[in-house]
Design a protein around this ligand. Structure first.
Ligand code: ADP
Length: 681
């Protein structure tokens, strides 16, 4: 890869050009074709050379065979000349000669007029002229002897066919040799040759092995044949002239080579072996090239993949060498700073994207880094300068750049633009502040509502004590100083209560930890009784209070629990407004055990050894229908015109803040019972 490239490595032009695979294919095909042609020519040449060698050997053999025959014929002439000139010893001598020379079928002694003087037949043949009289062959004999007499030397007749008794026949040739006695022509010695036997007897036996030796006439007519071969394959043939006085024979040798003769000699074998080796090398080379091609393709793919990855990256990447010179920047980095890759690559500090006022600090940091001090994995924040002069915060994470040999060649940094993050942080801080402001407003609203709800009762009580006292004052007679003091004390108590309610509601709304204290339930009942009876008197309700013997003190915020009891009692009394007066009974009970407290005990943490006290407020009122029941504890839900709908929601929250449980159920035949639990101290 060229590190100076800003947009990642470029593929070499020849990789991207679509023409190169076709060119390579053409070159490879050409190479393969050339090698194949070369090998074919080599094999053909080797074959041709071998054929010419065979032909040469054949011609040499044929030449040797011709001279062998000629030599044998000359020797035979000498032997015939050595025959005695008297009839008596001539016959045994001639027979003797015939025994040793199978090619001669018959020897005759004829006088000057060609009349037969003596004759001898070869023991190896049936007597020649047993079937056809000798005179039939006389013409050839005459031709030969006439020529012999003229030349005064042996002469040969043209060959002729003599049929035999067994249906076969013999191709014969006469040799006529003139005889002279004391310088006077006295007769002839005639030897009859069988051409077949000449071939089998006079030429080298090796020649006939594996090939055919023939005598033919100049026009190609076969006269005699010797040797047998397996025909087939390629035929090699040669001819030699056997020039005899009076007759010319053609000696032909035919030879067949087995086909296909692929390894006829070392040369062809060598060439073939070399060809195979060459083709194998070519094949291996091709395989190697295709492997390299695949590797190149994989590499190109990996590079393309890397480039795509780099281009899609929003993180800026910057590589520096050990001298601090920039060797690589990715497109994201260029986009971030506004500088082009060509402007950045190759330069060293001070970098153009360093704010001028921070150059000293950055230079120091870089020298620390170049001294080999590893930066932290978390990175560090910094400020960069855009080309347009604006500054932006960045997070830089640096890591050593290690090359393939494991040697550090520089530093690689990932740079994150923090501008957006900062903007988001600013936005979230602002909205947090707005949220807090609205939460404060909501708290104020909640407090105002609760205070107005909870302060109703003490204020109403104060007002009714004050009204009562005023009435008594106007009537003069009935008012005693004790009564006056009692009324004032009650007014004071309720005013104090109002103060406490304000503080408790304040703490409750702020979710502060309320001061829990151990209070006996009867004390709680006693505290709410004055207010409850005040309202009960107004509404004509009888109030019954019952506190069980086993009841133990409970741990609670006293004022708030009193408010719960007051709210429940007031709700109960208001529910009875429509029932006949004598049926209006409100019952306040505290029990140490009950169904609800057993349930609360079971649900509670077994580690905590609380015993739950159960408070219940029962009325004979209108009851709660199934449509109202699910919405009962929803803040601001009310069915009354003057109601605020905060009482039950506050009750439940207070009870649950104490770890207790608030529930209600309808009574039979009429009315409702509200129950809640508090932990014992
Ligand atoms: P408020 O008393 O201001 O209406 P609450 O939250 O105390 O608000 O009560 C909500 C509603 O629940 C009442 O309006 C009433 O309809 C119903 N409710 C409360 N207590 C009883 C009860 N003991 N019997 C019948 N209905 C009740």
């Amino acid at each position: 890869m060229n590190p100076a490239s800003a947009t990642g490595p470029h593929l070499p032009a020849r990789w991207t050009a679509s023409v190169w695979p076709t060119r390579r294919v053409v070159l490879w095909s050409l190479l393969v074709a050339l090698v194949v042609a070369l090998l074919a020519i080599l094999i053909w040449l080797a074959g041709r050379y071998e054929a010419s060698q065979v032909q040469f050997r054949l011609e040499r053999d044929a030449g040797e065979a011709t001279s062998d025959i000629r030599l044998a014929l000359t020797r035979n002439i000498q032997n015939l000349q050595a025959l005695p000139s008297q009839t008596a010893p001539w016959v045994p001598e001639a027979n003797n000669l015939l025994r040793t020379h199978r090619e001669i079928v018959r020897i005759e002694w004829r006088d000057a007029q060609l009349q037969l003087v003596a004759e001898a037949d070869s023991p190896y043949y049936k007597p020649l002229f047993s079937r056809i009289a000798r005179s039939a062959g006389q013409s050839e004999l005459q031709v030969a002897c006439t020529q012999a007499k003229r030349l005064s030397a042996p002469a040969y007749s043209p060959s002729h066919f003599l049929p035999q008794a067994d249906g076969l026949g013999l191709e014969l040739m006469e040799m006529c040799m003139p005889l002279s006695t004391a310088g006077q022509h006295s007769g002839y010695t005639v030897a009859t040759y069988a051409l077949q036997s000449m071939l089998s007897e006079l030429i080298n036996k090796q020649l006939a092995r594996g090939q055919e030796v023939l005598f033919t006439e100049p026009d190609g007519t076969r006269l005699a044949i010797h040797g047998s071969v397996r025909r087939g394959g390629r035929m090699f043939s040669t001819q030699q002239l056997l020039d005899l006085p009076g007759n010319t024979l053609v000696l032909r040798v035919d030879s067949w080579r087995a086909a296909p003769d692929l390894f006829p000699n070392v040369l062809t074998a060598l060439v073939t072996l070399m060809s195979i080796a060459l083709v194998s090398v070519l094949f291996l080379l091709g395989k190697d090239v295709s492997r390299r091609l695949r590797a190149e393709r994989d590499l190109a793919e990996a590079l393309a993949f890397r480039k795509a990855m780099e281009d899609s990256l929003v993180t800026g990447m910057r590589a520096r060498d050990l001298q601090g010179r920039i060797t690589y920047v990715n497109p994201a980095f260029c986009q971030m700073t506004g500088f082009g890759a060509t402007e950045l690559v190759g330069i060293s500090s001070p970098m153009p994207y360093w704010p001028p006022e921070l150059v000293d600090e950055y230079q120091q940091r870089q020298s620390v880094r170049l001294a080999g001090h590893l930066p932290t994995r978390e990175g560090f924040e910094s400020v960069f300068l855009r080309k347009d002069g604006s500054r932006f915060p960045v997070l830089i994470i640096e890591a050593p750049l290690i090359n393939a040999l494991g040697v550090q060649t520089g530093w690689m940094s990932a740079i994150l633009d923090l501008t957006d993050q900062r903007r988001m942080e600013e936005l979230s801080r602002a909205s947090q502040e707005r949220l807090q402001a609205s939460a404060r407003l909501a708290t104020v609203g909640e407090m105002a509502s609760l205070l107005s709800h909870e302060l109703n009762q003490p204020l109403a009580a104060i007002s009714s004590y004050a009204t009562g006292s005023l009435n008594m004052l106007q009537q003069h007679s009935a008012l005693s100083p004790q009564d006056m003091a009692h009324a004032m004390q009650r007014i004071g108590e309720q005013a104090e209560r109002a103060g406490k309610v304000i503080k408790s509601v304040h703490d409750f709304v702020r979710r502060r930890d309320q001061a829990h204290e151990a209070v006996h339930p009867s004390a709680l009942l006693d505290a709410v009784m004055p207010l409850v009876s005040l309202q009960a008197r107004k509404l004509g309700v009888r109030v019954q209070v019952h506190c069980a013997q086993a009841v133990k003190p409970v741990l609670c915020d006293r004022t708030m629990v009193e408010q719960v009891l007051l709210n429940l009692a007031r709700n109960g009394m208001q529910a009875m407004e429509t029932v006949p007066v004598h049926e209006r009974v409100l019952e306040l009970r505290v029990d140490a055990t009950s169904r609800l407290s057993a349930q609360a005990n079971a649900q509670a943490d077994p580690q905590r050894s609380h015993v739950w006290m159960e408070f219940s407020v029962s009325d004979n009122g209108v009851g709660i229908d199934s449509a109202t029941a699910p919405r009962l504890f929803t803040p601001f839900f009310t069915t009354r015109a003057e109601g605020m709908g905060l009482g039950l929601s506050l009750c439940r929250t207070v009870v649950e803040q104490h770890g207790g449980f608030l529930a209600f159920e309808n009574r039979s035949p009429r009315g409702t019972v509200f129950q809640f639990t508090l932990p014992s101290a």
